[in-house]
Design a protein around this ligand. Structure first.
Ligand SMILES: Cc1cc2nc3c(=O)[nH]c(=O)nc-3n(C[C@H](O)[C@H](O)[C@H](O)COP(=O)(O)O)c2cc1C
Length: 241
């Protein structure tokens, strides 16, 4: 592999094109932000980096609250729209038929159509060049009950979550395994067995079958005709081929 070194850039991908709702139920606004992530598990802390020129910047600075809504395939047009139009000039909730729904802890609305919305309270605002980072605590999480399984676990596989990578939106692909699957002993054993079966010579397999049948008292002693060729007589030269 030959890699070419580029000048530094924001190439981390994929990221969630999060829909950040803010303002109030009566005057809601929503903007799209990909510069977001998790800072700490306990307490659950997040951040969103917003340019001071965004309408949302002023709203969030004033209220100290915002909501991170996860976008889905059915929300993707609204998600992009909220990232190119400003709430200064239009009501994006109305334009995109989004429903502002009340939250439990903050005055900012959540997007009812999103399967998961995190209510956030701002702890600090720090400037890092072009963007101000709003560091915030996640104080409540609202999940569409449709995605909670019988054991109470969150299962968003069918929600159609989307990712943002280098200027494009994508749906998520195949489920490749769960957290820690690589060290699951049962799974490892199964994998090793499958690998062994794949690499084992077919002739060796048939010999094992015949020997097993003989020791179980089934069938007669195998004749030359019954024995697999590669293992009868000219084994050495057969293995060379
Ligand atoms: C996919 C995508 C990701 C974006 N990420 C950010 C971001 O992280 N921070 C930011 O300030 N603007 C981001 N924007 C741009 C704002 O969403 C956009 O300027 C929006 O119109 C601001 O809305 P507002 O003026 O109503 O706040 C993004 C836009 C798109 C389409």
């Amino acid at each position: 592999m030959t890699k070419i070194t580029w000048k530094p850039g924001t190439m981390l991908s994929p990221l969630p094109p999060a829909m950040i709702s803010c303002g109030t139920l009566e005057h809601p606004n929503v903007m799209t932000a990909a510069w977001t992530g998790i800072i700490s598990s306990e307490p659950p802390m997040t951040y969103v980096s917003i340019r001071p020129s965004r309408f949302s910047h002023g709203l969030i600075k004033e209220s100290g609250e915002f909501v991170i809504n996860l976008p889905t395939l059915s929300l993707i047009t609204a998600c992009d729209y909220c990232g190119v139009k400003s709430g200064r000039n239009t009501d994006k909730f109305r334009d995109m038929n989004l429903t502002p729904a009340p939250c439990s802890q903050v005055k900012a609305p959540q997007i009812e159509e999103s399967p998961l919305s995190m209510e956030c309270r701002v702890r600090s605002i720090t400037n890092f060049g072009t963007h101000d980072m709003f560091l915030a605590e996640i104080i409540a999480v609202n999940v569409d009950e449709h995605y909670i399984d019988d054991k109470g676990r969150l299962d968003l596989e069918k929600a159609g979550l989307v990712a943002y990578a280098h200027g494009h939106y994508y749906t998520l692909g195949r489920n490749l395994g769960y957290f820690g699957f690589s060290v699951n002993k049962k799974r490892l054993k199964k994998q090793q067995k499958a690998q062994k079966a794949k690499t084992e010579r077919p002739a060796a397999k048939s010999i094992r079958k015949i020997t097993a049948a003989m020791s179980a008292g089934k069938g007669n002693r195998p004749t030359a005709a019954k024995m697999p060729r590669k293992h009868y007589g000219k084994q050495k030269s057969a293995q060379k081929a």
